[in-house]
Design a protein. Sequence first.
Length: 134
Amino acid sequence: MESNHRKFTYLTFLCLAGLAALIAFKFGETLLVMLKVPTQLRALGDDSSLIFNHASIAGALSGVAGLATFFILSFNKTAVGYTDDCIFEITKMTWPTQKETTASTIVVTIMILIAALIFFLIDTVWENFFHWLL
């Protein structure tokens, strides 16, 4: 089933791939420090001017992890179908108007203030009762 919203599906997968890359980067840096890998490694011996540090090694690993995540999700029919269905359901949602949102916000604020007042009164009564009792 080809979706009209496939670009949003791939955008979702791209965001997940970025998250996987970030996690892999942090994990890779931590792992390199824990394994006590030298901070700078020369690529082809001591005569080489190309130096790799923890960030470049972890960055390369995270790039591979991000690309792998994106391609695995993109070619997985179950993941694509589920994401397409979710996006289709989101397009059917109706959002409240500004007037409805304002009214709901006022009602919630008033209820919070009433609940706070009730808790304050109960707390004050119990505090005075225990001060009198002790």
